[in-house]
Design a protein around this ligand. Sequence first.
Ligand SMILES: *[C@@H]1O[C@H](CO)[C@@H](O)[C@H](O)[C@H]1NC(C)=O
Length: 148
Amino acid sequence: MLAGPVFAVLLCAALCGAESQIFRNAGFESPLGPDNWSCSGCTGLQYGDDKVEGDYSMEAQGRRADWAGPTYLLTYGTDVISGQTYDFQIYVKLLADGSNQHEIKAVVSATFSDGEKVYQKISSPTFISQNDGWFKLTARATVPVFTA
Ligand SMILES: *[C@@H]1O[C@H](CO)[C@@H](O)[C@H](O)[C@H]1NC(C)=O
């Protein structure tokens, strides 16, 4: 759900310090995988050398496109509830390119039962550079209400 320039980014515990936590493996304390944080179009690794809180952050390396980045699959009706609004706090750090600014985005992609896929950017325009260090990206998304 995070996109940015094509090189490694570090991600720290989405919802760091929040009251409730909808993510499994939010602090990346166990291996990354398909049922929690994973990397889409990149390789995700637990990273112990630098983080905002907890023991680990997630490193996204080998990014193959500018949309590639950490991703998490949320299931409608269990992980997220219809009509509910969620606030996300995501710490991001770029690992290369010095003072050059790059856009980072949080994106929600919704897949419908007929296979249709819709992408929605949920963060406001944000540009950061490696020199900025850790940056807190905030985003908000409301889960649509569907009626049969
Ligand atoms: C995350 O996913 C991996 C691979 O499926 C699994 O080994 C690990 O236990 C999961 N961690 C949590 C906290 O769900």
